[in-house]
Design a protein around this ligand. Structure first.
Ligand code: HEM
Length: 372
């Protein structure tokens, strides 16, 4: 398969049809000088250019007494449609590196939202993020491992998350996958073929107060644990009322086909709305949110068991790209956090926000180069 081009006006890994696997990491910068950060980002960019072409991060020299330049586990696996997408957290713009005047207004810290009570600081935040997506899990992990190695002395991993089974189709060419609750996820997602939706809701345009962010986007990451065991005891009818969709077909409760438009006004014989007042698709829909949409690009995760309860720690690692989280994720999640029928079965355990700059022009360019 052809590599996904690494260089371009916009970073790959946003509009790219979602790959099967994810390796994600948030890094904290431990260096105190801007120069070390610049060197690290430049080194990461050169390494990403190699890895996305299916190549090792660098050639070994002949000295067998030094460690190999590349860790080697992805050798022979090919590019596997690898994309490497990097973003800057709000703390990247604090006083440490002299970048505070470059902080975009849209990178305002996420406020405390309804349902935030289970967030864990050790799974939240970060100065930088790296999203590696590929059709092979080793190829995706190889990026995080080698970036951590190349960052040694400058940055450390704050938290990381592996994901599988993409939970959102982001292209019309893809069929809709199911999340761990068994429902099709991504039916009414923004599709990257829709240039208007991408321009209106995903890519940063001339409205920004920071011109360096043009053609970038903002990423909200939420680790959302599903209380799978209790979900699995719920009746099918109730599960369908949680989302407002039929489980098998993915159709809205007011339709027959997966892509039928939900009729939020339809009433049943009992006079009650067919798609319940607290249904996830009612509360998340653009018509309940001032017309706003987001590009969801999440993955399922499972991280063994919760040691205190013995229950599975599994769920959705929610990733959403948007033009301005203050107008998109924050109001949508405020509504969901208050009223969503789904809340009984989920807990948000991690949260982070990143400004994802535009793409890199070519060799020698790196994320945020114009800022320093
Ligand atoms: C739609 C699942 C969390 C925003 C859907 C659908 C499912 C689903 C099954 C219907 C199919 C579709 O159109 O994609 C879940 C699960 C979640 C979760 C299992 C948590 C574990 C969230 C969060 C947000 C969100 C945190 C945003 C704050 C949306 C949006 C839609 C949607 C915007 C499309 C609504 C429409 O226009 O019809 N979700 N979701 N979801 N979800 Fe979620």
């Amino acid at each position: 398969q052809e590599p996904v081009p690494f260089y371009g006006a916009r970073q790959a890994g946003i509009a790219t049809p979602a790959q099967d696997r994810l390796a994600f990491a948030a890094f904290d910068i431990t260096a105190t000088d801007a120069e070390s950060v610049q060197v690290m980002l430049g080194t990461w960019a050169a390494a990403a250019a190699q890895m996305t072409r299916g190549l090792p991060v660098g050639a070994d020299d002949r000295n067998t007494q030094s460690p190999p330049v590349d860790t080697g586990e992805a050798e022979g696996l090919g590019p596997a449609r690898l994309t490497v997408t990097v973003g800057f957290g709000p703390t990247f713009f604090d006083e440490r590196f002299g970048l505070s005047h470059h902080r975009p207004a849209a990178l305002a810290d996420l406020p405390t939202l309804p349902g935030d009570g289970s967030l864990q600081p050790e799974r939240s935040g970060g100065d930088l993020c790296v999203q590696a997506c590929a059709d092979d899990p080793t190829v995706a992990f190889h990026v995080i491992r080698n970036f951590a190695r190349l960052a040694r002395g400058t940055a450390v991993i704050r938290w990381s998350q592996l994901g599988f089974g993409r939970t959102s189709s982001t292209s019309q060419a893809q069929q809709t996958e199911r999340n761990l609750m068994g429902f099709k996820d991504g039916t009414r997602n923004i599709k990257s073929e829709s240039g208007t939706d991408m321009a209106d809701y995903v890519w940063v345009g001339k409205e920004t107060d920071q011109s360096w962010m043009r053609d970038g986007s903002y990423l909200v990451a939420r680790r959302i644990r599903m209380l799978i065991e209790s979900w699995d005891t719920d009746s099918l009818a109730d599960q369908q009322n949680v989302f407002g969709r039929f489980r098998t077909s993915g159709a809205p409760l007011t339709g027959h086909g997966e892509f039928d438009t939900p009729d939020l006004n339809a009433k049943g014989r009992d006079g009650q709305p067919v798609i319940p007042a607290g249904a996830h698709i009612r509360l998340a829909s653009p018509s309940s949110n001032n017309g706003q949409k987001i590009l969801r690009r999440g993955y399922s995760y499972t991280d063994g068991i919760d040691a205190t309860t013995g229950l599975l720690d599994a769920g959705l690692f929610f990733l959403a790209y948007q033009k301005d989280p203050r107008k998109q994720f924050v109001p949508i999640q405020t509504r969901l956090g208050r009223q969503d029928n789904l809340n009984e079965y989920i807990r948000h355990t991690g949260s982070a926000l990143f400004a994802v700059p535009p793409g890199l022009k070519g060799a020698g360019d790196w994320w945020g180069k114009s800022l320093f």
